[in-house]
Design a protein around this ligand. Structure first.
Ligand SMILES: Nc1ncnc2c1ncn2[C@@H]1O[C@H](COP(=O)(O)OP(=O)(O)OP(=O)(O)O)[C@@H](O)[C@H]1O
Ligand SMILES: [Mg+2]
Length: 337
């Protein structure tokens, strides 16, 4: 046993006879906010269901807070769940929604009142006691769902894409809110998302998953600047990834001699790492969109489409026209095959 707070050891998870997650190992520290990040179908929800006790593993062990809970039923694991659909009780007001689980535990009335009030306060909903969910905004409903889980004082809070029903601005607000609540309560959180930006913003560590396996695990800064594989790089916004052969970049479209010897078999550039408006190569602009602080171009090049962000100061070049570009090696990330 390590001193991890949540530990998944050699966990295999299957539906009928098909394996969704083979032999997963993951250790989560107490008070940590971990995000599971990965494309649709990679096993994020499956992993969460196993931690929660809603899915029995085919093999492997789950430890929570020093206890083997592999065969412990869901309601005895001390886990809180918050899902994308808030599953609030529509006929109950905010106070009663939050108090619901405490009432089931038959706590004294005074405790229920004080813990519920504290829960509503924590998520910024003090004074909303009498509102029904239908009388609250999406963000308020999501915070209510969070309060309902928090008042149960879970050892671990599992959140499965809890923000995906919210509009962009509310999502940002709720992100900050979640971080604050986590700092205040110190609860260990596992947060599922397929949104790279959300994972980067929230996580202490990111678990990037691919087809049921961990592709890379690290801090947001590590994943962002040092993805190891093409899959990780692609997920972290390195949209231009090319094979190399000596001093030439190679794609399925063609080749481009770049005049430096490539340091690895695969090189990747973020759009903002591509130089446009100057450089030894020429491409044709096929798409151009204003993105606030910069302009996003797609160039048709010998390597196929190239995504490049140009500072707004670079004169706008119309679609169909040629523009020079460079793929500087000092801006490239070298990837493992
Ligand atoms: N109830 C089920 N029965 C059979 N197969 C399932 C079931 N639920 C999920 N799967 C399969 O298990 C794999 C992992 O699914 P999972 O729901 O964990 O993905 P996910 O990463 O949460 O994806 P998403 O981002 O779309 O929510 C997928 O191949 C999926 O088709
Ligand atoms: Mg899912």
């Amino acid at each position: 046993m390590s001193d991890a707070f949540v530990e998944l050891k050699n966990l295999t998870l299957s539906y009928d006879n098909s394996v969704a997650v083979p032999a997963l190992d993951l250790a989560i520290n107490e008070g940590e906010l971990i995000t599971l990040l990965g494309p649709s179908g990679c096993g994020k929800t499956t992993t969460m269901r196993a931690i929660a006790g809603l899915l029995s593993p085919t093999s492997g062990i789950i430890h929570i807070d020093g206890r083997d809970v592999t065969r412990v039923p869901a309601n005895k694991r001390g886990i809180g769940l918050v899902f994308q659909s808030y599953a609030l009780f529509p006929h109950l007001n905010a106070f009663e929604n939050v108090a619901f689980g405490l009432r089931l535990q038959k706590l004294p009335d005074a405790d229920i009142r004080s813990r519920t009030a504290e829960g509503l306060e924590t998520v910024g909903l003090a004074g909303f006691d009498k509102r029904r969910p239908s009388e609250m905004s999406g963000g308020q409903q999501q915070r209510l769902a969070l309060a309902r889980s928090l008042v149960m004082r879970p050892k671990v809070l599992l959140l499965d894409e809890p923000l995906s029903n919210l509009d962009a601005r509310l999502r940002l607000e709720m992100r900050t809110e979640l971080q604050r609540v986590q700092k205040e309560t110190g609860v260990t959180m596992v947060f599922v998302t397929h949104d790279q930006a959300e994972a980067l913003a929230l996580a202490d560590r990111i678990v990037l998953m691919k087809a049921g396996r961990i592709e890379q695990l690290g801090t947001p800064a590590e994943l962002y600047s040092r993805p190891r594989t093409a899959f990780a790089a692609d997920f972290m916004g390195f949209e231009n990834i090319f094979h190399t052969s000596g001093d030439t970049l190679v794609s399925s479209f063609g080749r481009l001699p770049v005049g430096y010897t490539a340091p690895s078999a695969l090189l990747a550039w973020r759009p903002d790492a591509v130089t446009v408006g100057t450089g030894p190569h020429t491409g044709t602009i096929t798409a151009s969109s204003f993105a606030g602080g910069h302009r996003e171009y797609v160039l048709q090049t010998p390597l196929g489409p190239l995504r490049a962000d140009a500072p707004i100061a670079v004169a706008q070049v119309p679609i169909g026209q040629q523009i020079s570009f460079d793929l500087p090696h000092q801006n490239a990330r070298a990837l493992a095959e």
